[in-house]
Ligand binder design. Structure first.
Ligand SMILES: Cc1cc2nc3c(=O)[nH]c(=O)nc-3n(C[C@H](O)[C@H](O)[C@H](O)COP(=O)(O)OP(=O)(O)OC[C@H]3O[C@@H](n4cnc5c(N)ncnc54)[C@H](O)[C@@H]3O)c2cc1C
Length: 397
């Protein structure tokens, strides 16, 4: 549960608390996490006490209800540490809580959000399937009405937190005659219900300490009260708010990761001498550092700009997609350039940069892969220019 003293902090005090927790606990805990191949339980408990599961959930449900600008500023801080820590609460603060908050029934909000904010009920977002990755609307998991319940059958894969979640937000087809998004509904499903089996991946390229998992739903019976919002056919529409929220958080995560990698690498090239002087004295090295810093700050500005629009009441989904695309590519470029500047230490040993180089690679694949965002942005541009000559989410007056 969230420490009551934390709930009474103003934002600046809370931000400092999280920054100190990152510096004093999360970063020093990284090697322990890698050795154990899991996020230590004591750190998960601390994250819950500090309210990290509740940053986006309203106070009336026991959360901290920070604005989107405040949430991304917090993310810049706690993702200076391994982004694996963040993945433990990311599906609660983004994809799942926001869909329930915006579209759930009163009973679903009352039942779910308070324990989620407290870190006592971990939820995972179960959308992706073998046949439905980038093309998520063509999922084939079925939910068949049977009296006052639904029976769910199907398989999900690549699901963050699948292995330890208490409940899943499951997307399943309730209308077999409708093959696209309109046939899909969302359900809150108890992870321990008969017929549910979740397994974690045994090999990961990055994110090894919080592996994604597969979930099998075999004749799983769930009450109609678990149909999100009590309506069929709107599952993917309901997911959208959470997806935009999560995409902006992923972009902010990339900023946090790039910050740490540039800090670590600047320290390394300053401390290491070759040819009789620190590597940092070489113009070629300075060019890499300076360009990385400029890209980092461009990404940060884009994230803060989207967050401000979000807080002002509009969700600039195209600019959010652009932020996710740009920042995830930026973090990978920064990671690769930093790794190069480490030389052999980027390949051998336990320097954090090579681990982060692996971790940030996934950020270009989930929450919409980079090529899919490029395609969607181009399609929106072409459509809007044909309509009124402007660009989507335009700044023009
Ligand atoms: C670490 C991690 C965590 C994840 N967590 C979750 C989760 O919690 N819940 C969940 O439901 N899913 C999750 N996913 C799944 C993720 O959303 C999918 O991996 C992603 O949507 C891509 O689907 P796919 O892997 O099937 O790739 P595919 O759809 O097979 O695509 C492969 C590649 O093809 C290219 N491509 C595909 N379509 C297009 C297009 N239209 N235009 C141009 N290029 C294209 C892209 O390069 C893409 O990367 C996670 C994945 C990872 C790696």
């Amino acid at each position: 549960m969230i420490d009551p003293r934390v709930s009474s902090h103003d934002f600046d005090t809370y931000l400092k608390l999280i920054a100190d927790f990152t510096t004093d606990e999360l970063i020093p805990g990284e090697n322990e996490m890698v050795a154990a191949a899991a996020v230590p339980d004591r750190l998960v408990a601390s994250m819950a006490e500090l309210g990290l599961f509740g940053i986006s959930i309203p106070r009336r449900y026991g959360g901290l209800e920070w604005s989107m600008t405040q949430q991304v500023r917090l993310t810049f801080e706690f993702t200076r540490a391994s982004c694996v820590y963040r993945s433990r609460f990311s599906t609660v603060i983004g994809l799942c809580s926001q869909a329930i908050l915006d579209h759930g029934t009163d009973e679903q909000r009352d039942r779910m959000l308070a324990p989620m904010a407290a870190g006592e009920l971990v939820t995972a977002f179960a959308l992706t399937e073998e046949a439905a990755g980038s093309d998520a609307a063509h999922l084939i998991t079925r939910a068949t009405r049977d009296g006052d319940a639904y029976v769910i059958d199907g398989d999900k894969r690549y699901i963050t937190n699948a292995g330890w979640a208490d409940a899943f937000l499951v997307f399943a087809r309730t209308n077999a005659n409708e093959q696209g998004a309109a046939g899909v509904s969302a359900f809150i499903v108890d992870a321990h219900a008969p017929g549910v089996t979740a397994t974690s991946a045994t090999r990961m390229n990055g994110h090894a300490e919080a592996p994604v998992g597969e979930i099998r739903f075999d004749n799983v019976r769930t009450s109609e009260r678990n149909l999100l919002g009590g309506v069929e056919g709107r599952g993917l529409t309901m997911a959208l708010r959470g997806i935009n929220h999560a995409r902006l958080h992923v972009a902010a995560t990339c900023v946090g990761q790039a910050t740490r990698m540039l800090e670590e690498t600047t320290a390394h090239v300053t401390g290491r001498s070759q040819f009789g002087a620190p590597l940092a004295d070489l113009g070629a090295v300075q060019a890499v550092l300076g360009a990385g810093y400029a890209e980092l700050e461009a990404g940060r500005a884009l994230v803060l700009d989207c967050a401000a629009a979000f807080d002002a009441g509009s969700i600039p989904r195209h600019r959010i997609a652009a932020a996710k695309l740009y920042c995830s590519e930026m973090a990978s470029r920064v990671a690769d350039n930093c790794l190069q500047l480490l030389g052999g230490a980027g390949i051998v040993g336990d320097h954090p940069v090579p681990r982060m180089w692996r971790d940030v690679r996934a950020l270009r694949i989930y929450e919409g892969s980079s090529p899919v965002h490029e395609r969607n942005l181009a399609k929106a541009m072409i459509k809007q220019v044909a309509t009124d000559g402007t660009l989507p989410d335009t700044f023009r007056v």
